[in-house]
Ligand binder design. Structure first.
Ligand code: C5P
Length: 277
């Protein structure tokens, strides 16, 4: 399947070390957000709803950051205090904290959301209080019949004080190429998962990034999300997203110990600023 019409010429070289992979990622991937002065938005009627500055200008330099995947293995993880001790915490899509504070913490600095959250009625995107904490970052090609621009503008009108960014679409394919370039096999020709995009986004904003239960700990389970009773191995291993390959790359870049992965489900990655390439 190649529904996004990805044209890829293999440019695989030798297998890179962790530090080499980190420097290559920093050099090749730009996790930018859209601003109102960018083409083609600068000539659109809704341009003023877009932020005037990038996400990095808004947040400034952050020291330590947590990326909290929504994995089922966070159930009974008791990582809440550790997660909340970070300067900034990134969560994904519909992941709640209320009722799960002991496992996943309560601080939400940013939430990365996909088109399903914005377009599917079940998520109640415009009215649910889940989305009004912290700042929002959206990504993802819109479903065939959804008008995400309308959702975006409506949300901005209802929550004018809440910063709401959109990831530059070239970022997802830059990251996809970075994964494919470093894999011996052909990976799915679909965008990387929110988890991978969010991890690299935070590497561009923070000095150190801790990612929780992306590489599963001893709590590994078929449970898809910590907040839902739905079981499917594909949530952890991937079907649509090249999740297994993303995780392989993150494992190779991890600067923490295997014990941290096993006991805490924790990966440690340096921010781009901390790298001497
Ligand atoms: O399912 P959702 O995309 O909302 O989850 C957020 C991210 O958490 C995923 O994109 C994926 O990277 C990660 N995840 C995971 N294992 C799971 C569930 C989610 O690695 N079982």
């Amino acid at each position: 399947m190649n529904k996004y019409d990805v044209h890829y010429e293999p440019r695989r070289g030798r297998r890179l070390t962790g530090p080499e992979l980190l420097c290559q990622l920093k050099a090749r991937v730009q996790p930018d957000t859209l601003t109102r002065d960018m083409q083609p938005f600068s000539s659109q009627a809704w341009r003023d709803q877009l932020p005037s500055h990038s996400l990095s200008a808004h947040l400034g330099a952050l020291n330590s950051c947590a990326v909290v995947t929504s994995a089922g293995s966070l159930h009974r993880a008791a990582l809440g205090k550790e997660i909340d001790s970070h300067d900034a915490v990134l969560r994904f899509n519909a992941a709640p904290t209320a009722g799960y504070e002991n496992d996943v913490g309560s601080k939400t600095t940013l939430r990365l959301i996909n088109s399903q959250v914005m377009a599917t009625k079940d998520h109640k995107f415009l009215s649910s209080s889940l989305y009004s904490t912290g700042l929002l970052v959206a990504w993802d090609p819109a479903p065939y019949s959804a008008d995400l621009r309308e959702q975006y503008v409506q949300y901005r009108l209802q929550h004018p004080a809440q910063p709401f960014y959109i990831l530059h679409p070239r970022f997802e394919w830059q990251l996809w190429e970075q994964i494919q370039d470093n894999m011996a096999e052909s990976i799915q020709r679909n965008p990387p998962s929110s988890g991978m995009l969010g991890t690299v986004l935070m590497m561009s904003l923070c000095d150190t990034v801790h990612v929780y239960e992306y590489l599963p700990s001893k709590r590994k389970t078929k449970l898809c999300h910590y907040y839902q009773r739905f079981h499917d191995d594909a949530c952890t291993l991937g079907a649509y997203h090249p999740l297994l390959y993303e995780k392989n790359l993150v494992k190779r870049m991890n600067q923490g110990s295997d014990r941290d992965i096993y006991t805490l489900g924790r990966v440690t990655l340096p921010g781009f600023r901390s790298l001497n390439c």
